[in-house]
Design a protein around this ligand. Structure first.
Ligand code: WTA
Length: 648
């Protein structure tokens, strides 16, 4: 990384101490770091003790065949029993597990733990009727309705690994995932609500099933919107017919700790998605413990809300398994962020812990603070961020406008592969620095290394690696052990390479710099896309920015920026491009000055909100734009291209 790297991100030097009350009462205190360092396995064994096991483990960790880890070896456990039955057995059956908020106004349901247990048991019985057995894979393609949680937990109960495919993915994407994991049953719904209108899901399933030959034997369909659907009597089954009539008694079997829990597909550097495999005991330990630790969860009083879609790992770890294993009360919202709706929900349900992504925060910043200022959000006590580096401006806005300047912000770094949060402040311990994810959590060993795997030391940048196995780590890529080794463990023996660049500041705190594939080399200087983006969004007229390195004859790569202006900036004025170039030069140095800045109406984002820089690179390098099928809105690239044509 360049010496200048992060100089911009680090301009904000305010520190935010934990509120005294939170510090005094925090679930996890400073001593945990030393305790975990002294005996990592004992630390994780304590975390596992928080769960109910059928049979206790003989060995905490078996790492004799790296990189294939086994956690809580010999133990047996059922994730579904831990997420529902045990709360009912403990007398908390009447407690609300999920405050579900539908997209149409006034469409809400409160589901208690006792009701959830009944629904999960019925669904498990119904799936058994459909021939699902332990070990079989089940694909789930659903909107954000309670039945998706029920379906996941029913699969977990049976030991049938689920693979949840985000409801916005195409039929092709669904088909390739069904095929890759060889699923014979798909659970879906007729449709879901998006921006006030019913949008169909079943036709994509029909198409995917068609494409996969005779692989899929049954499609279980929830009636959500009531829209017309094509029906194949030999294959399709209504959820309300199969599940509602099933018995609410289901004796759950305890599964081996290493029994597969789910497969989650995520994109890699090549075209073929990777099926990340998570197993049961370690995953549930890692997610439930960190959920309790990082969000300082007080299950008796907190109302937790993670805005992620269940189709992503955040929805799995921090909406389903972590919070439910902890007996939390949480909000689940069917819709997408719309102007005031989120804040209305925070106000109505008195949400205390709120977990979202920087991209959402920046969207709200762009709309102006008047909107959130119109709601009473005094119930909030803790804010979380995940998915990409949070630039200091967004952090400060989140803290001040949403958090009333009283709630700590936990910037949580982790990945689909890690399963659990790895680097984050502890809300009752850490004095937060805007823009830094701070330190590896107790029991986690991370470092920043150079090309020769040497620790770079404080004040330097390099590659983020994980040095010790952790309970919720991926076990392999589904059906592809070789690719698992090659992708994550081949660069430096014994180290898990996360694919992210990072820098340690003078205090040893971690600053994430984005994927190393996004690092640019301009005239021999290495520059981070994140750093330049942060500089751009620190300009008062800029709402969002994406930067790519485009091939350049003279300098190797050149910085190309795409910016969305704030509503209040109008068209930015005639000299906006020059103004922004100067601003970047001022913030970072002349070397970082973008060669080209395009003002655009939208940025190409995946459905999980990640900017697809690859497509912007195509524009910057004047190539035909590549595959746009994973974009949330595939028309965005046309908008950007037409903008370019009209500008040139
Ligand atoms: C990025 C999402 C900076 C990072 C849970 C990582 C972050 C990738 C942060 C994983 C953060 C996630 N700060 N970068 N707090 N959280 N990332 O698999 O590049 O969808 O490698 O998992 O997102 O994305 P994934």
């Amino acid at each position: 990384m360049s010496e200048q790297t992060l100089s911009n991100l680090m301009h904000e030097d305010r520190r935010f101490e934990p509120p005294a009350e939170m510090a005094a009462d925090a679930n996890v205190q400073e001593e945990a770091y030393a305790r975990a360092d002294a005996d990592r396995e004992a630390f994780w064994a304590d975390a596992a003790e928080r769960l109910d096991w059928g049979r206790k483990w003989d060995q905490v960790l078996d790492w004799t065949d790296p990189p294939f880890a086994k956690w809580f070896v010999g133990g047996t456990i059922n994730a579904s029993v831990n997420c529902v039955d045990r709360h009912v057995d403990a007398g908390n059956g009447d407690k609300v597990a999920i405050h579900w908020v539908g997209e149409p106004d006034d469409d809400t349901r409160d589901i208690t733990y006792a009701q959830l247990k009944d629904e999960v048991s019925k669904a498990a019985n119904a799936l058994t009727e459909l021939g699902v057995q332990k070990g079989d894979r089940v694909a789930i393609y659903m909107p954000m309705i309670p039945e998706v949680v029920v379906a996941m937990l029913a699969c977990a109960r049976l030991g049938a690994p689920h693979t949840v495919v985000f409801g916005g993915f195409s039929a092709d994407a669904l088909a390739s995932r069904i095929t890759d994991c060889d699923a014979h049953v798909v659970i879906t719904s007729d449709g879901g609500y998006r921006r006030g209108a019913a949008s169909a899901l079943k036709p994509a399933v029909d198409e995917a099933v068609e494409k996969t030959g005779d692989l899929v034997r049954h499609v279980l369909v929830v009636r959500r919107t009531g829209q017309d659907v094509a029906w194949d009597d030999s294959r399709d089954v209504w959820w309300h017919e199969a599940v509602d009539g099933a018995s609410a008694d289901h004796e759950a079997e305890m599964h081996d700790s290493e029994h597969p829990l789910y497969v989650m597909y995520t994109s890699g550097t090549t075209g073929k998605p990777k099926g990340i495999l998570h197993t049961t005991g370690g995953y549930l330990t890692g997610t439930s413990f960190t959920h309790w630790e990082v969000f300082d969860l007080k299950p008796e009083t907190d109302v937790y809300w993670c805005t992620a879609d269940v189709g992503w790992v955040t929805g799995h770890s921090y909406m389903v398994y972590g919070p439910l294993a902890n007996g939390a009360t949480q909000v689940m919202y069917e819709g997408t962020p719309e102007k005031g709706r989120w804040w209305q929900i925070v106000q109505d349900y008195k949400v205390t812990i709120f977990y979202t992504a920087p991209t959402a925060i920046r969207t709200f910043m762009k709309q102006g603070r008047e909107i959130p200022d119109g709601y009473d959000m005094s119930s909030l006590r803790l804010l979380g961020s995940v998915g990409e580096p949070i630039n200091p401006e967004a952090y400060i806005w989140y803290r001040e406008v949403i958090g009333g300047d009283r709630c700590p912000v936990v910037d949580t770094w982790w990945q689909t592969e890690t399963g659990q949060i790895m680097i984050s402040p502890l809300p009752g311990v850490t004095a937060g620095k805007p823009g830094s994810a701070m330190k590896a959590l107790p029991g986690i060993s991370a470092d920043v290394v150079d090309d020769d795997a040497k620790s770079v030391g404080n004040g330097n940048g390099g590659y983020l690696v994980l040095k010790e196995p952790w309970p919720a780590m991926l076990r392999t890529l589904w059906g592809d052990d070789e690719r698992f080794k090659e992708t994550y463990w081949s660069r430096w023996p014994g180290l898990y390479f996360a694919g992210d660049g990072a820098k340690l500041d003078d205090d040893g705190d971690v600053w994430l710099l984005g994927r190393v594939d996004d690092v640019m080399n301009v005239s021999g200087h290495r520059l981070s896309t994140t750093e330049i983006e942060s500089a751009l969004v620190s300009h008062p007229k800029v709402a969002e920015a994406a930067v790519v390195g485009a091939a350049d004859e003279t300098t190797g790569q050149a910085v190309c920026a795409f910016v969305i202006l704030r509503d209040s900036a109008g068209d930015g004025g005639e000299d906006i491009v020059e103004e922004l170039r100067k601003h970047v030069a001022k913030e970072i140095g002349a070397i970082a000055k973008p060669r080209q800045i395009m003002v655009v109406p939208e940025l190409p984002k995946t459905r999980s909100g990640k900017i697809m820089r690859r497509l912007l690179k195509d524009v910057a390098e004047d190539r035909e734009v590549g595959d746009v099928t994973t974009l949330a809105d595939s028309t965005v690239m046309d908008l950007i291209k037409s903008k370019e044509t009209s500008a040139s």
